[in-house]
Design a protein around this ligand. Structure first.
Ligand code: NAD
Length: 249
């Protein structure tokens, strides 16, 4: 028996990076995976690969978020796991003195408001089932800040962490676990895009990672699958760091 046998998992940002690796891992562990992405080409290719369902949705739109959970439920009969993961990288100069209000708002919208919407519309299904696991992607910067000036990004991830703690505590008695996943730097298109803008930044980051390398997305996916499974039955409201030791250094 696989750990996630027949669980229905909704993965946002499933077309790339951590979301894609997690969709694959969930499927390997027996889940039925609903791959959600704004990008039709990558999202539908991920769904085909994991023999799952693709829902094109913008996670900043409440109508889209309602529709994606409804589609998951109508197709597979439950919503057991929500991996609320879609996100964007910080604007080019994301220091407090440079970031404009529009850029700030866009990052909060995609990285934080989307998680609020996804939790809000996943929880009613889980409540009816008396069981569910929500994993929200924050970041190690939510725990320790960042010396590389990414104020809108760090603030958005801090919000995800605080929201996950609060919901984990609030819904613990109803069998719904909510955790914040805090990855360190992961070798994905998002990180590569960030470092392409500022190559020195990659070097500076690397120096501070005790294991001496960036994570592969599959290493993050392994932690998400654990949090989604009953092996993590006593873990809720946590900040789950998968960061190669960066926060302890
Ligand atoms: P990625 O860019 O590889 O993938 C993000 C996916 O989200 C893309 O497929 C994109 O199309 C989708 N997406 C973006 N906006 C969307 C929207 N509005 N609606 C639906 N889908 C949308 O990024 P990644 O590195 O895999 O990052 C995934 C998550 O992990 C993000 O929340 C990111 O902030 C977080 N994170 C990444 C790192 C890292 O180093 N890569 C570290 C810590 C946290």
């Amino acid at each position: 028996m696989q750990r996630l046998q027949d669980r229905v998992a909704v993965v946002t940002g499933a077309g790339s990076g951590i979301g894609l690796a997690t969709a694959r891992r969930f499927a390997e562990e027996g889940a039925r995976v609903v791959c959600v992405d704004l990008d039709e080409a990558t999202g539908s290719s991920a769904a085909a690969e994991v023999d799952g369902l693709f829902v094109r949705a913008d996670v900043t739109s409440e109508d889209d978020v309602i529709r994606m959970f409804q589609t998951a439920f109508d197709t597979y009969g439950s919503v057991d796991i929500a991996f609320n993961n879609a996100g964007i990288s910080p604007p080019e100069d994301d220091s407090i003195l440079e970031t404009g209000l529009d850029a700030w708002r866009r990052v909060q919208e995609v990285n934080l408001t989307s998680v609020y919407l996804c939790c809000k519309h996943a929880i009613p299904y889980m409540r009816r089932q008396g069981k569910g696991s929500i994993i929200n992607t924050a970041s190690f910067v939510a725990v320790m800040g960042s010396a590389t000036s990414q104020i809108s990004y760090t603030a958005s991830k801090g919000g995800v962490l605080a929201m996950s703690r609060e919901l984990g505590v609030q819904f613990a008695r109803e069998g719904i676990r909510v955790n914040a996943l805090c990855p360190g730097p992961v070798n994905t298109p998002l990180l590569r895009e960030l470092f392409a803008k500022d190559p020195e930044r990659a070097q500076r980051r690397l120096v501070h990672i005790p294991v001496g390398r960036f994570a592969e997305a599959s290493e993050i996916a392994a932690a998400v699958a654990f949090l989604a499974s009953d092996d993590a039955s006593f873990i809720t409201g946590s900040e789950f760091l998968v960061d190669g030791g960066i926060s302890g250094a």
